[in-house]
Design a protein around this ligand. Structure first.
Ligand SMILES: C[S@@+](CC[C@H](N)C(=O)[O-])C[C@H]1O[C@@H](n2cnc3c(N)ncnc32)[C@H](O)[C@@H]1O
Ligand code: SF4
Length: 383
């Protein structure tokens, strides 16, 4: 069976930079020449990497960012056509696009659908205008709702991103927000807990005492509310922050990451994971658009690093990602860690209720998924 492959395309421009975001983003200053050059570099990078990788079944293309919905839909179509030509498209190939829910962007959804996009991931973030202002967003709840309605008609699949654990948010208000969002036609919801990332405007505000994030107890209550409201309505948590109504609605792109499958990363700052001659490689592209374009012109690829992971490093990463999903990871896939169902540490973690007893797979329980980093560390150190 041909190995599965995902393609991640990073489009780094945003209309404005949100105060909580630490993704590799750049303000869109309408420099069409640079953006055209970036699109061409992304397609050359795909060509070069296809030469290294060879025949694979293309299961997902993900146009992420930044804000790829600001891209010319024809360019998205060209990038999609390039990837489809270079590898063998799976019959159920998923092609996702991240979008911000402004009216200007929703007017272009039909063009993105015509360019081949099958799944829209809409950054709604909040359904409350005060919260949207706090988050520095350039849309209100009404335009987000309009965007969701247009998207639900234009694309076979719709996912909504939300951010919770905002200051002063109550469990009651958050529950109401989630119940409203479920009526917007999405079959996939990703509620992310607000993280204060180093170097962001929110981080500076916290340090100056101007922003006080919710206590751990309140954050845990809000997480509980998320689980009970979404699970109660059939949006099953197949991963820590990802809920889908039915198996078919699960994100194929995310499953590529969590199952440890290979993915090509193109565009500024994109990461990739490729198995080449039996060795797992971690690739990283240059962060700044101009550097990425120059790098592709010089070497054919955007990489600033291409590192072969040791079997132990690959197994540790596999464990960390695999435990995020309820299916977990097969013992055979993390053999370098020397773990088995009879291992003392595994038995101990099962007794604590953090792992599920399973003779074939390491699987975190819902409680274990709440403390994933600590759990992974204990397992990795248990050798
Ligand atoms: C690449 S970003 C966003 C795509 C799109 N530009 C947008 O803003 O809607 C993907 C998602 O990560 C989430 N996110 C980004 N920074 C976050 C943070 N500091 N805490 C929690 N969620 C965050 C947001 O929900 C966002 O929609
Ligand atoms: S959250 Fe989205 S729009 Fe805001 S800066 Fe990050 S990528 Fe750009």
């Amino acid at each position: 069976m041909t190995q599965a492959l995902g393609v991640y395309v990073h489009w780094p421009y945003c209309a404005r930079i949100c105060p909580y975001c630490d993704f590799n983003v750049f303000r869109d200053r309408g420099r069409r020449e640079e953006q055209l050059a970036l699109k061409a570099a992304i397609m050359s990078d795909l060509e070069t990497q296809a030469g290294m990788i060879g025949d694979r079944e293309l299961v997902s293309i993900f146009l992420g960012g930044g804000t790829p919905s600001l891209m010319d839909p024809d360019w998205a179509g060209e990038i999609i056509a390039t990837a489809r030509r270079l590898w063998r498209p799976a019959p159920d190939l998923e092609i996702s696009l991240e979008a911000n829910p402004t009216d200007a962007e929703s007017e272009r959804f039909a063009a993105f659908a015509a360019a081949g996009v099958t799944r829209l991931s809409l950054g709604v973030q909040a359904l409350d205008d005060g919260a949207l202002k706090f988050l520095g967003r350039d849309h209100d709840a009404a335009s987000a709702r309009r965007a969701a309605e247009v998207a639900a008609r234009a694309f076979p699949r719709l996912s909504i991103d939300l951010i919770y654990a905002r200051p002063d948010q109550t469990a009651q208000a958050w529950g109401d927000e989630l119940r409203q969002a479920m009526d917007w036609g999405a079959e996939h919801i990703s509620p992310y807990q607000l993280t204060i990332e180093a170097g962001t405007a929110f981080d500076r505000a916290v340090q100056r005492g101007r922003l006080v994030p919710p206590s751990e107890d309140l954050a845990a209550d809000l997480f509980e509310t998320t689980q009970s409201v979404l699970e109660g309505a059939g949006f099953h948590a197949y991963e820590v922050s990802n809920h889908a109504r039915g198996d078919a609605a699960r994100s194929r792109h995310n499953l590529v990451y969590w199952r440890g499958e290979d993915y090509v990363g193109v565009g500024p700052g994109a990461h990739g994971r490729l198995t080449l001659k039996g060795e797992r490689h971690a690739t990283l592209a240059a962060s700044r658009p101009a550097d990425y374009i120059a790098r592709v012109a010089e070497t054919g690829r955007g990489f600033v690093s291409d590192q072969a992971l040791s079997p132990l490093e690959a197994a540790e990463e596999r464990l960390l990602l695999g435990l995020r999903i309820e299916a977990g990871v097969a013992y055979g896939e993390v053999a370098a860690l020397g773990l088995s169902p009879d291992h003392a540490e595994v038995r101990h973690l099962v007794d604590l209720g953090l792992l599920v007893a399973d003779p074939l797979r390491l699987r975190a329980s819902p409680a274990g998924r709440l403390v994933l980093n600590a759990l992974t560390e204990r397992l990795a150190l248990a050798r």
